[in-house]
Design a protein around this ligand. Structure first.
Ligand code: HPA
Length: 265
């Protein structure tokens, strides 16, 4: 794989985990003891990130004792990429040696018990994207045709994350994410429908990456920050600047949880 060869020329480390940092959550890389930073544009076949507040570089190094390769900025379906492009970096992380994927994202909160900047530890998801990253001929070397999805988020890591937040007295809920294509936010009727389907939060990312990670046999854990409340009968117009500000707020809490999570891991 050309992308892996290129990264290998700059970094000899073997990552334990791949990490993806979502909207407004790029600050997490400040704690990484960095070996190298590689702009996406320098990596063969990597798409280039166009989303606001996504830096667009791969950060290789050590985070609280764990060797990591971190995506500072991710690719979204709404940017026009195929889901194969969106998830290509997961294949690269796996090929570099990562056996676990840690994902973060900004989401809308539909569960009325949630509050702005709360941390949600994903326990399940609903894929409402009009496509699937595994569509097409299956490469048996990468994974099986019909990957099992009975445990999309590794139970032991979810429990470790929950216990870590609890011990730090940081409020964190377990929740179900529904992913939509975006880029528009949802109508009141759509929020009502998505909530009735069984989802606690709604976002535009994470699920494709998790599907590919499961296909590749990786363990997975995902954290979302509630950046806007989506209660259909009390909705306020969304404000992107506010969403990014709340993400930074929640991100600061998530940094503390992730730091301790990695130390205990
Ligand atoms: N809907 C979808 N995706 C989101 C939202 C939302 O309300 N907030 C942050 N990401």
């Amino acid at each position: 794989m050309e992308a892996v060869e290129m990264i290998r020329q700059q970094w000899s480390g073997t990552p334990k985990a791949g990490m993806i940092l979502g909207t407004g959550l790029g600050g997490l890389t400040a704690q990484v003891e960095v070996d190298c930073r590689i702009p996406y544009g320098d990596i063969p076949h990597f798409p280039v990130s166009t989303a606001p507040s996504h830096a667009g570089q791969l950060v290789c190094g050590t985070l609280h004792g764990v060797k990591v390769v971190v995506m500072e900025g991710r690719f979204h379906y709404y940017e026009g990429y195929s889901l194969q492009q969106v998830t290509f970096p997961i294949r690269v992380m796996r090929a570099l040696g990562a056996d676990t994927l840690v994902v973060t994202s900004a989401v809308g909160g539909m569960n009325p018990l949630y509050q702005l900047a709360d941390i949600i530890i994903l326990e399940d998801h609903i894929n409402l994207l009009p496509d699937n990253p595994l569509r097409g001929v299956n490469d048996d070397e990468l994974g099986e045709r019909f990957p099992d999805m009975s445990e999309p988020y590794s139970r032991d890591l979810v429990e470790l994350a929950r216990q870590t937040a609890l011990d730090l007295s940081i409020s964190a809920h377990k929740g179900v994410l529904v992913v939509v294509a975006g880029p528009n936010l949802e109508t009141r009727a759509e929020y009502r429908m998505l909530r009735q389907m069984g989802a606690d939060i709604v976002g535009m990312s994470t699920v494709p990456e998790i599907i590919v990670a499961k296909h590749a046999g990786m363990k997975t854990v995902a954290f979302s920050i509630v950046t806007d409340m989506c209660l259909p009968d009390a909705i306020e117009p969304a404000d992107l600047n506010k969403i990014i500000a709340v993400a930074a707020d929640g991100g600061a809490k998530l940094e503390r949880v992730l730091a301790e999570f990695l130390r205990r891991w």
